[in-house]
Ligand binder design. Sequence first.
Ligand SMILES: Cc1cc2nc3c(=O)[nH]c(=O)nc-3n(C[C@H](O)[C@H](O)[C@H](O)COP(=O)(O)O)c2cc1C
Length: 203
Amino acid sequence: MKPFLYIAIFTLFTSFFPYANAQVVTYPLPDPAISGGRPLMDVISERHSSRTFSSNPIDDQTLSEVLYAAYGVSHDQGKRTIPMAKGQNTMNIYVFRNDGVWLYNPLQQNLSQVSPNDMRSIFNTQDYVYNVPVQLLYTGPNNSYSLMEAGSAYQNVGLYAASRGLNNIVRAYFDKKQAAQILNINEDEVIISQAIGWPQWQD
Ligand SMILES: Cc1cc2nc3c(=O)[nH]c(=O)nc-3n(C[C@H](O)[C@H](O)[C@H](O)COP(=O)(O)O)c2cc1C
């Protein structure tokens, strides 16, 4: 094939798929500690929502364990930490932090960047969540079981939070339209959010 033909095909391809060559930024997470923690019946009894948060960041180890509790791969057979209908993994979890918006990849236990911008303002519909360091956003097709998966996941996170001394609250009241625009999905795929942070006395 003549060189100009290569160039023409390349130009055509990259103009139709402008991100074909873009490097996806990934953020590795440390291995989660998959044993230990406080006794199960204690954390079941202590799970609660909080409406006061420190703005102190969540360290990578803790975030890794939050996400593992929510949706991680728990053993060799590819089982998740929550039950999955028909073994389908239809839900996604996005992490909104001051360094951007990230998609959690359970198989790799890492994050891939969706946006480098701090978009946490979409959650600022109630003043107690301003500056919460991590906002999780659960998404999935609305004709799937992802709603139930999100419920299992946020409960696991609530139990992990009780064990780890973190604050959390599940929230439906945020700007779903803007969330959908940021993630390039339909608004009805935006399920629920969960704010995660340290208690305020840690400031
Ligand atoms: C699906 C769902 C949506 C919720 N949305 C909000 C919300 O938008 N804002 C809020 O302040 N709390 C929200 N909550 C938290 C509840 O108000 C809270 O769980 C309830 O007050 C019970 O408190 P507890 O979790 O400490 O037992 C939500 C909880 C659930 C399960």
